[in-house]
Design a protein around this ligand. Structure first.
Ligand code: AMP
Ligand code: GLY
Length: 429
């Protein structure tokens, strides 16, 4: 089969690495890709927001199956448009992608189906929202309804902070003025992520992970797309995993099917593991980045038949095999990220780093510079630039391997956290 992956981050590099290894893959393409993905696939320069251009490339390259990485094209209906053009595509359609695209939609779905989540109310205007906050008290959580690149949530410790967040969101502080916000109770517990592969009717677990959203060690500093992750999450015991499937994931899949919007693709549940059990914080409708990288390192089975089975509604009785090991990834980012950063700094030592036992390096934002006569160089080309991943028997050993590899990379223009995995290590000790 000819496969096209859409996206350009570490998630897509990890997917390309697995899909390139499948005996079902004849030719692998990725659009737009990056310098690391180019080692696994032919990269096609393409604006993936231009669905007509994506369809034209699929026809030209005789693509049999498209795998969509990021949420923006899913929420914009790329799967609907590809399927309408007769091209098979992995991921939810626009309707089902509302699980990520609209927090209000997801909260209402949870309420109607008794799926455990924080109590909430939806607001279209600032003044009733502020009345609610004043009546309710703090801590309280204020969320913009639509996609906000991870910036649409404010966990407010005081009523004043919550009021300021309401004004900020309705006042256009997230780019455009929010047309609706959700205000919900603050959940207390340990956060974890859970992934399931869904075929519209049923779902199979893909495992759990924990990420590190803040930019600096000790979970300090501003939020990022994720500075590292590991899988599995120790807080996700077999009992908790089963409860998440039975109480959250499967009821969601059944509810969407009953609404006429069957969900096919990866359902990524952001969870709070509270004293009363797992509660849903939010859904994403895709693999996490960098969580995908650690899941792919642990997946023993061929990924491609599983994605095809999800697309074809054939997941019932489908089985995936996993290494019993832990996997951990350290994200290396350009100096200044998540604020302003420079592109184009030179990265060296990657081959040396990749030679560390159990290590796999995925590129998140790199570009190949062929301008010099004496060979190509890898340059940084984004905020998050490299995912240095390792698999081992324990999180501690995976962490040791990953940082051994990090220390072989010569990149003065970049930095990383040095404490990825701390929560799991506390439990291992
Ligand atoms: P989200 O974008 O919905 O994942 O929210 C971003 C982060 O805000 C989450 O990872 C949590 O740390 C926090 N958060 C969101 N909703 C809640 C809640 N109801 N209670 C406590 N923390 C929350
Ligand atoms: N790392 C979080 C996400 O992919 O949304």
């Amino acid at each position: 089969m000819n496969i096209l992956i859409l996206g350009s981050g570490g998630r897509e590099h990890a997917l390309a690495w697995k899909i390139a290894a499948s005996p079902l893959t004849d030719k692998l393409y990725c659009a737009p890709g990056n310098a690391g993905i180019a080692q696994e696939a032919e990269c096609v320069p393409l604006d993936i927001a231009d669905h007509e251009a994506v369809i034209a490339v699929c026809k030209e390259k005789k693509i049999d199956f498209v795998v969509v990485g990021p949420e923006a094209p899913l929420c914009a209906g790329i799967v609907d448009d590809l399927e309408a053009a007769g091209i098979k595509a992995f991921g939810p359609n626009k309707w089902a992608a509302r699980l990520e695209g609209s927090k209000g939609f997801t909260k209402d779905l949870c309420k109607a189906n008794d799926i455990p989540t924080a109590a909430y109310k939806r607001f279209k205007q600032a003044s009733p929202a502020k009345d609610y906050v004043r009546a309710h008290g703090a801590p309280i959580v204020v969320k913009a309804d639509g996609l906000a690149a991870g910036k649409g949530v404010v966990v407010a410790d005081t009523v004043g902070e919550a009021e300021a967040a309401i004004d900020m969101m309705f006042g256009g502080g997230l780019g455009a003025p929010a047309w609706e916000i959700v205000i919900e109770d603050c959940l207390v517990g340990e956060e974890a992520s859970f992934f399931a592969l869904c075929d519209g009717e049923t779902a199979i677990p893909l495992g759990s992970a924990q990420d590190h959203k803040r930019v600096f060690d000790g979970d300090k500093g501003p939020n990022t797309g994720g500075m590292g992750a590991y899988s599995p999450a120790p807080v996700m015991t077999p009992e908790v995993n089963k409860r998440v499937m039975d109480e959250i994931v499967l009821p969601t899949v059944h509810a969407l099917k009953a609404m006429g919007a069957p969900f096919k693709g990866v359902l990524f549940a952001g969870l709070m593991i509270t004293e009363d059990g797992p509660q849903l914080i939010e859904y994403n409708v895709r693999f996490g980045d960098p969580e995908c990288q650690v899941l792919m390192l642990r997946l023993m089975s061929d990924l491609l038949p599983a994605l095809l089975a999800a697309h074809d509604g054939q997941l019932k009785n489908f089985d995936l095999r996993w290494y019993p090991d832990a996997a951990l990834t350290v994200v290396m980012a350009a100096n200044g990220y998540p604020g302003a950063y420079e592109k184009g700094s030179l990265i060296e030592g990657l081959d040396d780093a990749a030679a560390v036992d159990g290590v796999e390096i995925f590129h998140a934002g790199t570009v190949l510079d062929r301008s010099l006569a004496d060979g190509a160089r890898i340059l940084a080309n984004g905020g998050r630039v490299l995912d240095v991943c390792a698999r081992a028997k324990t999180v501690r050993e995976a962490q040791t391997r990953a940082y051994r590899a990090v220390d072989r990379i010569r990149w003065p223009g970049g930095f990383c956290r040095r404490d990825i995995g701390w929560r799991a290590l506390e439990r291992e000790n």
